[in-house]
Design a protein around this ligand. Structure first.
Ligand code: PEP
Length: 250
């Protein structure tokens, strides 16, 4: 099996440049002998600072979003070309905060996914159900729709640069984690969806991260599940004390 563990930190709208630099430098030191694949995604304003610190290390540089267009009259947006210029390698798209707070729909997310892939970025496509959707028995339907629509028009070659992050919205930033069994059931289902869309080999290869209140004390149990290939970490990625044990779980 060619899958590897991939641990990503989403710093959201936290930290000044100096604070970002301090955390990035500490992670470079702590993770230099880490066995997994790593990524940190600072705020746009801190990307250049962090880029200089992690360049040439085993930590990839991520952005938390991008505009759906390459350039032009798009006040307040940030282009893939600008992200490339800063050394960004990976873009997180479809995060639940983008979907539910900033009302990004599947069509917009799909446009961003295709643009980012066309410019050579790796994409972490986030999917996940709201609590009311889980309670209504709609987990599979929601995750399938977000996966299928998010990847519409993405070729099998480009799929090699796509990671799916299953993040049940009710577990993000709430301290409530899906049980390893509940998360595993969704991961296995999403892998089946990818297999149906792209074939057996692609289904086996795709990395599916879990996100939603991942902490040092629950990371290993989640990662032990067959179809969970890593984590997208929010709150616990903001401190070395909490991110390093997750990143170095065994
Ligand atoms: C996230 O924002 O992707 C996330 C999973 O956040 P948290 O770990 O804080 O739940």
């Amino acid at each position: 099996m060619s899958r590897h563990y991939y641990i990503a930190g989403n710093w959201k709208m936290h930290k000044t440049r100096a604070e970002s630099a301090e955390l990035a430098q500490a992670l470079v030191n702590e993770l230099k002998d880490g066995k997994h694949k790593y990524l940190i995604a600072p705020s746009f304003t801190n990307i250049e600072t962090v880029s200089a610190i992690i360049e040439g290390t085993n930590i990839r540089l991520g952005a938390q979003n991008c505009a759906p267009e390459e350039q032009g009259a798009h006040t307040g947006e940030v282009s893939v070309l600008q992200l490339k210029d800063l050394g960004v390698q990976t873009i997180i798209l479809g995060h639940s905060e983008r979907r539910h707070v900033y009302k990004e729909d599947n069509a917009l997310i799909n446009k961003k996914v295709k643009l980012a892939l066309s410019k050579g970025f790796e994409v972490i496509l986030c999917i996940g159900e709201l609590l009311e959707e889980r309670e209504a028995g709609r987990v599979e339907e929601v995750c399938e729709t977000q996966t299928v629509k998010g990847l519409e028009g993405v070729s099998i070659e480009d799929l090699a640069n796509v990671i799916i992050a299953y993040e049940p919205v009710w577990a993000i930033g709430t301290g409530k984690t899906a049980t390893p069994q509940d998360a595993e059931a969704v991961h296995a289902f999403v892998r089946k969806v990818i297999t149906r869309l792209y074939g057996e080999e692609a289904g086996k290869k795709i990395i599916i991260q879990y996100g939603g209140s991942v902490k040092p004390d629950n990371a290993a149990q989640l990662m032990a599940m067959e179809n969970i290939d890593g984590a997208l970490v929010g709150g616990a990625s903001l401190k070395t004390d909490t991110f390093v044990p997750i990143a170095k779980f065994s």
